[in-house]
Design a protein around this ligand. Structure first.
Ligand SMILES: Cc1cc2nc3c(=O)[nH]c(=O)nc-3n(C[C@H](O)[C@H](O)[C@H](O)COP(=O)(O)OP(=O)(O)OC[C@H]3O[C@@H](n4cnc5c(N)ncnc54)[C@H](O)[C@@H]3O)c2cc1C
Length: 333
């Protein structure tokens, strides 16, 4: 049977594997993390000294949009099964001095149990998803593809380009692959979770913060989750984040002072945490949906493709790569 390996169990990797599986290809997914999800990351709060213990908070992507018809079907299925819900189309806008007003845009979706739960759902429909399984090299040997010591017919690398670049051996690194991988650079984010004893802000869903050296965005996780819990998640300006990647918690005091000033908060948080994302978002993305070296069957997908960088475009990139791989693998049988 034709075998394919998808490396990375973020949304692009799981979408890619789903397409391959649907086409009857024997597909496995290898994920180096302890759980699936990648940047659609949620964590359970513990030892916060508040009533929020046991609650899930989104510490990676804040929400997702669904404008692509194919992806809308996936989202509708999540909604029908009460896994996801339409969250809001209206966010506040602020600058360093305070809140300026509100802005309406496309509907943003959230997951009742955190975004990671949606990826658990995708993974549960696949035959083989291995976590804590880091791939260290993809090479060509006598015309075949070898991933670490495993021989496969096709490999999809579904992750930030810099991470893919690290594991592609010179034997499969064509000039085309090299330039596709190096053309896109990523900006970092530090996501700071702030747990309060009780809500001390006027109702809002999310807030874009323009031209501020400390913050770009604050999500009201209580509104996002629908439980009203007094939890905010603030994203640090990429320039500041880049200077603090080695010591993410050091930005927390500045984040607290900035959120408090902009939102006129009367309380300090009772618990905080800082999550570092070195490759949070590509600064620009390829217009093509994916890259596939048809001779070697090495594919690249993720949010650096399909006009990203968003959850929805990462899904589309993986989905379409999987379909094209399945098509070529089917032809070669
Ligand atoms: C802080 C933050 C906020 C964001 N906000 C939004 C938002 O509001 N809306 C939105 O649409 N998008 C947002 N994004 C972007 C969105 O999260 C991504 O576009 C999307 O999740 C990318 O999915 P992916 O599958 O391409 O990559 P990832 O989710 O990064 O998945 C790649 C996976 O590959 C694994 N991996 C890497 N190397 C290896 C290896 N060698 N072996 C095995 N596994 C490996 C990683 O562990 C990871 O799980 C945000 C991202 C961040 C970080």
């Amino acid at each position: 049977m034709t075998t394919a390996l998808v490396v990375g169990a973020g949304i692009s990797g799981l979408a890619c594997a789903a397409s391959l599986h649907a086409a009857g290809i024997d597909v496995a997914v290898a994920e180096r993390g302890r759980a699936v999800g990648g940047r659609m990351a949620s964590r359970r709060l513990r030892d916060t000294g508040s009533a929020c213990d046991g609650r899930t908070v989104d510490i990676g992507a804040s929400y997702f949009t669904a404008s692509t018809p194919m992806y809308q079907d996936v989202v509708q299925d999540w909604i029908d099964r009460d896994l996801a819900r339409a969250w809001t189309d209206t966010f506040h806008v602020a600058d360093s001095d305070g809140v300026l007003g509100v802005r309406t845009g496309p509907m943003r979706y959230a997951a009742n149990a955190g975004l990671r739960s949606l990826l658990h759902d995708l993974a549960s429909r696949l035959p083989q998803v291995s976590v804590q399984c880091e791939v260290s090299s993809v090479r060509s040997d006598r015309g075949g593809l070898v991933v670490d010591e495993r021989v496969v017919d096709a490999v999809a690398l579904c992750m930030p380009n810099a991470q893919a670049h690290r594991i592609i051996d010179a034997s499969v690194m064509t000039a085309e692959v090299e330039s596709a991988l190096t053309a896109v650079t990523y900006e970092p984010v530090i996501a700071v979770t702030l747990v309060f004893a009780q809500q001390c802000w006027n109702d809002f869903d999310g807030m874009f913060i323009n031209d501020d050296p400390v913050l770009t965005w604050v999500a009201n996780d209580g509104s996002r989750r629908g439980d009203g819990a007094p939890v905010l998640v603030a994203h640090v300006n990429p320039v500041l984040a880049a200077h603090h990647l080695h010591d993410a918690p050091s930005v927390v005091p500045l984040v607290i002072a900035t959120v408090s000033r902009i939102m006129s908060l009367g309380q300090l948080p009772v618990w905080t945490d800082a999550q570092r994302w070195t490759y949070a978002k590509p600064l620009a993305a390829h217009r093509e949906a994916f890259h596939l070296q048809a001779d070697s069957m090495l594919g690249l997908a993720g949010d650096a493709w399909a006009d990203g960088p968003r959850v929805e475009t990462a899904w589309l990139s993986g989905h379409l790569l999987g379909e094209q791989m399945a098509h070529l693998l089917g032809d070669s049988d």
